[in-house]
Design a protein around this ligand. Sequence first.
Ligand code: ATP
Length: 224
Amino acid sequence: MIEVALRHAFSDLAIDVAFRAPARVLALFGDSGAGKTTVLNAIAGLLEPAAGRIVLDGQVLFDRAAGLSVPVSRRQIGYVFQDGRLFPHMSVRANLLYGARARHRSGTELDRIVELLDLAALLAREPAHLSGGERQRVAIGRALLSGPRILLLDEPLTGLHREARDQVLDHLVRLKIELGMAMILVSHQPAEVIALADDVVLLQSGTVADHLPVDGFARRQVRR
Ligand SMILES: Nc1ncnc2c1ncn2[C@@H]1O[C@H](COP(=O)(O)OP(=O)(O)OP(=O)(O)O)[C@@H](O)[C@H]1O
């Protein structure tokens, strides 16, 4: 279960968001500038909201009133950015192992993630020799190997061409089914949300406009 309540004011947008959702796959859906990345950053600990409280699986990660903020490195949260952000001069294998917890370094966990994300043929390559979709799969693998309780995905398919997008999406669905990985997906593409999410929080101008199961979200898209 993730519980988020936060308020934060930027010069041109006031964010005031509250939701709680089971630890399955939650989508944060909304137009550009709605505040989606800000919410992810607050959950990851990259941004300290002016007010609020964030609780993941019963552990308080942030509580402004109590003066509590768990450091980023101790939140056990994986973050995949839109642009992958791989280390350019490191092989795929070294990228995957960077920051991997000791128990994952050589064992079956690495093999399992390599297999789930179809990375075996890419391990010796450097990021410059990978396609956009391959790079994103490596970034997802690297985040998983840090042993996260939840994976935050900030528009991980944006900028990819159609085929690569479908491929990365298929792999994310696989992680959901085979690992039972909890995720929060930031997206403004309904098709991605419908393929991956269980619950959808609609963000609009810094506030929660709606929170609904993915079926209801899909029906609403059809009616549009
Ligand atoms: N570091 C910052 N400094 C000042 N304003 C910011 C900052 N980060 C975000 N904002 C403001 O908050 C708004 C919401 O940003 P955010 O990145 O959370 O939106 P988003 O929904 O993720 O948008 P997008 O889909 O374009 O990534 C921005 O339009 C901007 O006005």
